[in-house]
Design a protein around this ligand. Structure first.
Ligand SMILES: Cc1ncc(COP(=O)(O)O)c(C=O)c1O
Length: 405
């Protein structure tokens, strides 16, 4: 059996490579601290777990509608009105197995070969994989630190071609934590208003993890573009429900219908118990979201201070999500105590995993090779220990190869 052409060109992502190496070292007994993690270390809220148990007890265990249960789609509409000033009807909402499946459904439903998707870098690496599998071309736009790692209107204008079908915007961003303001959205919307064939996909999965400002979704800032905007979100990050696999999308009915067909060809509707849990999560109020966000904010502030004391590493304070985007380029072309050259971010991450027993993701996994991504979704004790080890390992790097022999 030969594997279909569409799967060629993927390979194992750097994130998976690092995670697998970390796991193998842990199995050998090394005390690995894993800072690759893309999920909160909290538990799913108790009320949510109880709602799932109740769904089982009342035998809510039959095939659900492909687009999602009425109760969950109604809960999503209420959430959109409450949090995002969006007046949605349930026929404009699709429930899927996580935000990831919604990205897939949307691209599979709309891309023909050679259609382009504008993706600002740093990006979540799955975007590229999904676009490729759906026959599209990712048009990557590098967003530098001077613009806060955000796409500028000029960059957007320059990236649009006659083949552009989508621009994919992620705020707060995985991996930089960058959060777009209302004015920044409006500036991008102004460009997009001149290009009626370009659709906008927003990945809002980190919406509830914004620390120092009010969250503003693209749609809130640019309601005039609603007829060609798809908003993707889910319960994974906000409610520590990554394993329940529930995401939701809001968009124009024809698109939602096409995405529902794609889902119908593959998974059908999402597990009824997980949907019941998601209803409880969306109705659970803001207190738990704020408590958890405040814990993460404290960790963020302490970690930023600590990382910036380490020679060769620098980072800005991220406005959202739970990642530090740490510049490490100054450590390139140094040598490890055993003489190996640190020639890039991947080599540095391997060294820090081997010598400091700390797993982190090289920036090249997100399209920028001068950085590493450090997740702060784990307890402060672990983060503190990790920083100490990283510091020691960085101090052991030499610029002079001769010293190391
Ligand atoms: C930017 C971004 N979007 C989407 C997802 C996936 O979310 P879900 O668990 O809902 O599939 C992730 C997970 O890491 C992410 O970082």
């Amino acid at each position: 059996m030969s594997i279909a052409q569409r799967l060629k060109g993927g390979g194992m992502s750097v994130i998976v490579q690092m995670s697998e190496k970390a796991q193998a070292l842990r199995e050998q007994g090394r005390p690995i601290i894993n800072l690759c993690i893309g999920e909160p270390d909290f538990n799913t809220p108790e009320s949510v777990a109880v709602a799932a148990q109740e769904a089982i007890t009342r035998h809510d265990t039959h095939y659900p509608p492909t687009a999602g249960t009425d109760t969950l789609r109604d809960a999503v509409c209420q959430k959109l009105l409450r949090d995002n000033d969006v007046l949605a009807t349930s026929s404009e909402v699709l429930i899927a197995n996580g935000a990831k499946q919604l990205l897939f459904n949307a691209f599979f439903a709309t891309l023909n070969s050679d259609d382009e998707v504008i993706i600002p870098a740093p990006y979540w690496s799955s975007y590229l994989d999904i676009v490729r599998v759906c026959s599209g071309i990712s048009r990557i736009v590098h967003c530098g630190s001077s613009a806060g790692f955000k796409l500028t209107p000029e960059q957007l204008q320059d990236a649009i071609t006659p083949n552009t079908r989508w621009v994919l915007l992620n705020s707060p961003s995985n991996s930089t934590g960058a959060v777009y303001t209302e004015q920044q959205w409006q500036a991008l919307a102004k460009v997009l208003s001149q290009h009626p064939n370009v659709w906008i996909m927003t990945d809002d999965i980190y919406e509830h993890l914004v620390y120092d400002q009010d969250y503003c979704s693209f749609l809130q800032a640019a309601p005039a573009l609603a007829s060609r905007t798809l908003m993707i979100n889910g319960v994974s990050k906000a409610y520590a429900m990554t394993g329940w696999r529930v995401g939701y999308a809001y968009g124009p009915q024809t698109l939602i219908k096409a995405m529902t067909s794609v889902q119908n060809y593959s998974t059908s509707g999402v597990c009824t118990i997980a949907q019941a849990a998601a209803v409880a999560a969306l109705h659970s109020g803001r207190t738990i979201l704020h408590e958890r966000r405040d814990i993460l904010k404290q960790r963020r502030d302490r970690l930023v201070d600590r990382i910036n004391t380490i020679d060769g590493l620098h980072c800005q304070t991220p406005d959202g999500a739970f990642y530090l985007w740490v510049h490490c380029g100054e450590l390139f072309n140094t040598h490890t105590p055993d003489g190996s050259l640190i020639h890039n971010d991947v080599a540095l991450c391997h060294y820090l995993l081997d010598c400091a027993a700390v797993a982190m993701v090289p920036g090249s996994a997100f399209g920028e090779n001068q950085y590493i991504r450090i997740s702060f979704a784990c307890a402060w004790d672990e983060l503190e220990k990790a920083c100490y080890r990283i510091d020691q390992a960085c101090q052991a790097l030499h610029t002079d190869e001769a010293v190391t022999r």
